[in-house]
Design a protein around this ligand. Structure first.
Ligand SMILES: [Zn+2]
Length: 419
């Protein structure tokens, strides 16, 4: 038996099955093989965590000791362990002897492992677990493993409910798109909201769910945690830059690339306020900061007669469609040229590349993968991304956000005849 014979049978949720298409395990380059191991282990860890939360909800207790019961360990974890076990043997090293040893190893950065896995320099500094929580790298890797299966992550669930609310409150595709834009922007603009704002949303999106209540309530219940307030005013400490709430004793938000300082906000409430769940904050709100920055900057610079801008076209095919309009006939349905931008703020450039697929509808003349400045300034980040992207998605240009904005403005002026 060789490492490539290891079965990647789909687990009960189909997670490992979709990995095969993502990674093509027969790929002779070992880099992909080691990322497959990282992804299998991360998917396994994510499922172990999800099972723990479910048991926690059922019984009101959690024990990490449950990790030692092999019958509870998910298929991706076992597949990842088997592949890793072979990699250790092939390198003449002693493999981790059991699940608990491997679990401990997952807390150590890859640079400290006896076996040097072939990962990018950026990723070698990371571990799979930060304490008992999945690291950013592990979360990004696990999403490659579960993306076609039932979502376990709160942000994936929120996206699914968001799409459903947008569609239920629309009779045309244009309305559904407009609803989607409004609700997604709401999640990016609001990390903390009052019950008064929730009531406004329910008036704006009244279509009922199974309970008879407006279904948009489910979006709030999925994306936010409810807190009771006996007082009519709630004071929230938050970051003036990104808007994320701050813990009582902390002065920094920890949001990648944010340099904002602590400030306070007052919310008027009936009797409750809602705080975004961590996953939604990180992967919808924080990641969305780049998306809305691109839109807002271009909208402020270029008039609607010059470019038509659509955020998240096709309800999230990519992040921003830029249609350059004909000065003689500025009709968005007949643009001179169309550019597409997908903004990406990932911790791991290699996993970003491995999971990156451009959705070709709507059609674009030029396609850009746009990075926020704080990623571009990270040593080796762009190099690792481009190396891993090579040969995967031809015709997509990696660019930083400032350069992208400059190019759009320059092209608009060219088409507009220097106006
Ligand atoms: Zn901040």
């Amino acid at each position: 038996m060789t490492a490539s014979d290891v079965s990647l049978e789909a687990d009960d949720r189909g997670g490992a099955g979709s990995l095969q298409e993502t990674f093509s395990p027969s790929d002779p380059t070992n880099t992909t093989g080691d990322y497959l191991i990282v992804t299998l282990l991360s998917t396994g860890l994510a499922q172990i965590k999800a099972n723990q939360v479910r048991r926690d909800t059922d019984r009101g207790v959690v024990s990490t000791r449950q990790l030692s019961r092999p019958e509870l360990l998910p298929a991706p974890w076992r597949a990842g362990f088997t592949r890793l076990w072979w990699r250790f043997l092939q390198a003449g090293l002693v493999p981790p002897e059991d699940d608990l040893t491997l679990f401990e190893l997952c807390r150590a950065p890859f640079v400290e492992w006896d076996l040097p896995l072939e990962l990018s320099d950026t990723d070698r500094e990371a571990s799979l677990l930060d304490g008992d929580e999945l690291s950013e790298l592990a979360r990004e890797a696990a999403k490659l493993g579960v993306r076609d299966a039932e979502a376990d992550f709160v942000e994936e669930q929120s996206f699914a409910v968001l799409k459903a609310v947008a569609a239920m409150n629309a009779t045309t595709d244009e309305q559904a798109q407009a609803n989607y834009e409004l609700l997604r922007r709401f999640l990016i603009d609001h990390t903390v909201i009052s019950d008064k704002q929730v009531r406004d949303l329910m008036r704006r999106f009244p279509a009922p769910g199974a309970s008879g209540q407006p279904y948009v309530q489910s979006l709030i219940d999925t994306a936010y945690e409810r807190h009771h307030s006996p007082a009519p005013t709630v004071t929230v400490r938050c970051c003036g830059g990104c808007g994320n709430p701050l813990a009582v004793d902390s002065t920094s938000c920890g949001t990648a690339g944010c340099t904002g300082t602590a400030t306070t906000r007052e919310l008027r409430v009936f009797d409750a306020y809602f705080v975004q769940h961590r996953g939604v904050r990180r992967y919808i709100h924080d990641a969305g900061l780049l998306e809305v920055r691109l839109y807002d900057t271009l909208r402020a610079e270029l008039s609607e007669r010059v470019v038509f801008l659509q955020p998240w076209p096709g309800r999230d095919a990519f992040d921003l469609l830029v249609a350059f309009l004909d000065p003689a006939d500025p009709d968005p349905r007949r643009p001179v040229e169309v550019w597409g931008a997908d903004g990406k703020d990932h911790a791991s450039p290699s996993l970003l590349a491995i999971g990156f697929r451009w959705k070709h509808n709507p059609r674009c003349d030029r396609r850009f993968l746009v990075l926020p400045m704080h990623r571009v300034r990270q040593l080796g980040y762009v190099r690792d991304l481009e190396t891993e992207l090579e040969g995967r998605d031809n015709g997509v240009k990696v660019i930083d956000e400032e350069e992208f904005v400059r190019r759009v403005i320059a092209r608009a002026r060219q088409i507009g005849g220097g106006a």
